[in-house]
Design a binder for this molecule. Structure first.
Ligand code: F6R
Length: 364
């Protein structure tokens, strides 16, 4: 049942305020003022290191979480793609907690990576959508993301729910390790409780997204740029676009632009820049100027302050509501998904069943 939407993907994008609200209800106390985890959750204050392993979109959720765990909690994190991890057979320090993230809980490589960790790490936690899945059962503890069934092949609401649960773990780690005071935690939890409403506002930003999508649908290739927390999101935006519109899309950390990809810039290459007006924004503006000086066409996804600060030059802008920069990857996932969705619609590709892809990859 598409609930009145044209595609499951549209329905699942639109459901995000609700399902993130569900996830928050499950992992926050009734008053919403503290994080509630199962009793058998390993103590994130004692863990020495994390290793996060997943595939595809779930891997980009892990990559985002690395920034959170390291910046907020001072907890070192290794992140890997399951297919690389399992065959590299990395040495693992005894105080390591391994976290596997999977929507389906059936991804063959992720499961094999999990099995490799058995007897090599201090604990194995799975962050899954399907609670009865093989990965959930093979772990010491499974944390459900409460996204509800995801039917569209391109993952959307599972991604933002994965991010929500991983952020809550990072906040718990930050508190347990004495890296965050109660007031800052209260601030962030309050911003999180307000996130469903902010996401609803973001869902209304339809007109500029459609215009951008019309442009992109004529492109042969596109580039996504982001810095810090927006870098993994740029990767996710590029993956979404190629999966469902079949337009080649690459993502780079903005600072890497001049180390190679800037050679690609010309008037045929749309460059999508994901950048809320945060501490790194000035650097992003200078990257934008480098692109525009070479005739590149910029699409800036930012907040009103960022769009204003980016000032001169011609670029398209998608103006987002404001949120705490820590939460921005969850909010900015929406335009990333919507750009891909509307570009696919403009091209007439099959959004829910993209060619060559399966919802769950149970073989290598
Ligand atoms: C992208 C997508 C895939 C999955 C990947 C992992 O839209 O859906 O990249 O994220 O196959 O799947 P799970 O999370 O089920 O392990």
């Amino acid at each position: 049942d598409k609930g009145g939407h044209r595609h499951f993907m549209a329905k699942e994008i639109a459901e995000q305020p609700m399902v993130i609200g569900n996830a928050l209800r499950h992992y926050l106390t009734e008053a919403g003022d503290d994080i509630r985890l199962p009793g058998d959750m390993p103590d994130l204050g004692q863990v020495e290191r994390l290793v996060l392993v997943a595939c595809g979109t779930a891997y980009y959720a892990c990559l985002t979480a690395k920034y959170w765990f390291e910046q907020l909690a001072g907890l070192p994190v290794d992140v890997d793609i399951a297919s690389e991890f399992r065959y590299r057979e990395p040495p693992l320090a005894p105080g390591t907690l391994a976290i596997f993230v999977s929507q389906s809980g059936e991804t063959a490589d992720t499961l094999a990576a999990l099995r490799y960790c058995r007897d090599r790490v201090a604990g194995i936690v799975a962050v899954v959508n399907v609670e009865e899945s093989t990965i959930a059962r093979a772990s010491d503890l499974a944390l459900p993301i409460h996204a509800g069934a995801e039917i569209g092949v391109a993952s959307t609401k599972a991604f933002t729910c994965q991010l929500t649960v991983l952020l809550l773990l990072a906040l718990r780690a930050a508190r347990a390790r004495g890296r965050m005071d109660a007031a800052r935690l209260a601030d962030l939890l309050s911003a999180l409780r307000g996130l469903p409403a902010t996401l609803n506002t973001a869902l209304e930003i339809d007109a500029p997204v459609r215009e951008v999508a019309r442009d992109l649908s004529a492109a042969r290739s596109t580039l996504f740029l982001g810095r810090g927390l927006m870098y993994p999101l740029a990767l996710e935006g590029a993956l979404k676009l190629k999966e469902i519109s079949y337009i080649h899309a690459e993502a780079y950390a903005s600072g890497e632009l001049k180390h190679g990809p800037i050679a690609l810039i010309d008037e045929t290459l749309p460059v999508i820049v994901m950048a809320p007006c945060d501490a790194l924004f000035d650097k992003t503006v200078s990257n934008m100027q480098e692109v525009m000086a070479r005739g590149g066409r910029i699409v800036l996804v930012s907040d009103a302050e960022g769009v204003e600060a980016a000032g001169g030059g011609t670029f398209r802008a998608i103006t987002m509501p404001v949120t705490d920069p820590v939460l921005a990857p969850i909010l900015y996932a929406l335009p990333a998904q919507l750009i891909a969705y509307h570009t696919a619609i403009a091209k007439g590709t099959d959004v829910d069943q993209p060619r060559n892809l399966a919802k769950s990859v149970t073989v290598e």
